[in-house]
Design a protein around this ligand. Sequence first.
Ligand SMILES: C[S@@+](CC[C@H](N)C(=O)[O-])C[C@H]1O[C@@H](n2cnc3c(N)ncnc32)[C@H](O)[C@@H]1O
Length: 282
Amino acid sequence: MAVTSGPSAPRNDLQPENYRFLQDYIYRESGIVIDSDKHYLLEARLLPIARQQRIGTLNDLCALLRATGSANGLRRQVVEAMTTHETLWFRDPGQYDALRDKVLPDLLAKRQHLKRLRMWSAASSSGQEAYSLAIMLLEMNLGDWNIEIIGTDLSEQILDKARQGRYLQIEVNRGLPVASLVKYFNRSGLDWQLNDKIRSMVRFQKFDLRDDMRSLGSFDVIFCRNVLIYFDHETKRKILTRLYAALQKGGCLLLGGAETTLNLVDDFERVAFGSAVLYRVP
Ligand SMILES: C[S@@+](CC[C@H](N)C(=O)[O-])C[C@H]1O[C@@H](n2cnc3c(N)ncnc32)[C@H](O)[C@@H]1O
């Protein structure tokens, strides 16, 4: 079945009850909200899985999902297909400037007695965000400080890529300064391999942002960027409440450009620095 219609056109072949089934299924498994006009998105992302399963239509895929429940590889494939992994190096550079020039100097002064900082890239995708942070911290020459960076994501597949630290030319072209490419990467065939020094600074693990975060400990800086946009109001509110609790006093949350804590969790102190907005725990 080809995608021949415009973005909002309903497809006769996906029955309305199956559309609702897929909306519910994806919401339950990931928290991602699929609006009622996203037939093209479901087709584009899920038809390849249906074909791989040697079934023709999304209706058949729904029948298979109903029959197999959530405890199989098909569930993982559907969730992987519905998550958007778009990311780049030093995305929104103003936020990294704010971190380097404002947030970290404050935190370094406050944590001088401990010489320890913990940072979390909470929807890390293929790792560019967590590794950008690692590169920035390495270049700050923090000497004997103990810096821990963890990257988490719902998708096992994207976490494998993050751990490998191997990127295509088009991926390193997106936001990574040439000087950093030369300094921290080695050519590997047509790809670029991040060096072990930077890779060893980040630990990746699977984590669903809707889960209890207490097992991860507390953090000084949390990047939770460009993921809340996929969730509904209540899910955003719950996640932001837990992120607030996961931050140390004086710690900072960084959100994506289209995301905010406003009207969700009022406890954060909103701090503007240059073009960046940060959310601090007072
Ligand atoms: C658009 S990427 C954002 C990557 C990066 N933070 C950035 O801003 O460049 C969104 C990521 O959120 C992850 N994700 C979606 N739902 C999630 C959930 N419930 N828990 C954890 N991660 C989730 C996706 O797998 C995807 O890698």
